[in-house]
Ligand binder design. Structure first.
Ligand code: NAP
Length: 304
């Protein structure tokens, strides 16, 4: 019997964790795929490929060309295009797809988050509240919404150097997670930060704990809504789903289902590069996959 071939859409810590778990499994051949945004992606213990596929059609071609049996979408919670493309392409190619998505943060009883839908709304909120010294952890490629705030000092933290900052008054800090509560507290204090702007990416809470401790206001950008279909929240759960899903098994049901929000509170972001038949055709009606092992494997049909 040939090994199961799995295409892993990477870009998160969970994707790396899953790749390590799968490395020990002789029966599964994994190829990890990156968009190519990060300059030095973490070293994966499997073959990798870099760059977009060319929309839904391109991904379908790649799934067929590589004779993949399974697709795991472990892209970032704020990846606005890939989850939809993955759902559509898997449907068209007739292979099961799983979304691996870490849970979002939820405010604790003493947290007072200012939740907004978009980065533009976050910038407006900073203006309304008169924030003067802001820690921005929203990503180096998403600074433009804050460009109009000329009276605010920004500390921009990113994994890769951001290049020239499009902000009137800003400094850049390049640092790679994880961070501790102690170092986050020190960062907030040393830069006299009054407001933290962050996307609700989930994962480590150190900056949120530090901000609460220091009385720093938090502007939290909600997650975009996403696609329906099976999802898990951890790499071990994804591994169990992979092992329980026979290679090449077609989706259990081709009964069309609408594509509702899967639990991101925010709006469904527009994907500027949507192409291929998935948007108009069967891809809008993703099959309900993964229900077979739902009870045993904590596979949900709605994302958290
Ligand atoms: P996106 O809007 O979902 O993706 C834009 C395009 O990039 C996709 O249409 C696809 O191009 C290509 N792409 C995305 N992920 C890919 C992958 N794993 N392999 C191959 N091509 C991929 O996502 P984004 O916000 O631009 O983010 C790009 C990548 O960075 C994602 O993989 C994501 O996981 C990671 N990331 C994003 C954030 C964030 O805040 N958005 C944060 C950390 C990491 P084609 O249509 O040509 O196939």
């Amino acid at each position: 019997m040939r090994p199961t071939r799995l295409l892993l859409l990477a870009g998160t810590a969970e994707a790396l964790q899953l790749a390590h778990l799968l490395a020990a499994d002789q029966g599964i051949e994994v190829v990890a795929s990156f968009a190519g945004r990060t300059r030095a992606p973490a070293t994966f213990p499997c073959p990798t490929r870099i760059g977009g596929f060319g929309g839904v059609e391109g991904l379908v071609r790649e799934l067929r060309r590589g004779a993949y049996d399974l697709l795991v979408d472990a892209t970032h919670p704020f990846a606005s295009c890939m989850p939809g493309h993955a759902a559509d392409a898997a449907t068209i190619a007739g292979i099961p797809r799983l979304r691996l998505l870490r849970p979002g943060w939820r405010p604790g009883p003493s947290d007072r988050w200012d939740e907004v839908e978009t980065l533009d709304a976050a910038a407006s909120r900073l203006e309304e509240t008169g924030a003067r010294r802001v820690l921005l952890t929203t990503g180096r490629q998403e600074l433009m919404p804050f460009a109009g705030l000329v009276d605010t000092h920004f500390v921009v933290r990113s994994i890769d150097p951001p290049g020239p900052l499009p902000l009137a008054d800003a400094i850049s800090i390049v640092a790679r997670p994880p961070f501790s509560v102690e170092t986050e507290t020190e960062l907030l204090r040393s830069h006299r930060i009054d407001t933290l702007v962050t996307k609700n990416s989930g994962g480590d809470r150190a900056k949120l704990v530090a901000a609460r401790k220091e009385g720093v206001a938090i502007v939290m950008v909600r997650r975009p809504a996403g696609v329906a279909g099976p999802h898990v929240t951890t790499a071990p759960e994804a591994l169990r789903w992979i092992r329980l899903t026979p290679p090449g098994e077609p989706p259990r049901s081709m009964v069309p289902t609408p594509r509702p929000s899967w639990g991101g509170d925010g709006p469904r972001h527009q994907c500027p590069r949507q192409q291929g038949p998935g948007r108009q055709g069967p891809g809008r009606q993703g099959p309900r996959q993964g229900t077979r092992s739902a009870t045993r494997n904590k596979v949900h049909d709605k994302e958290p």
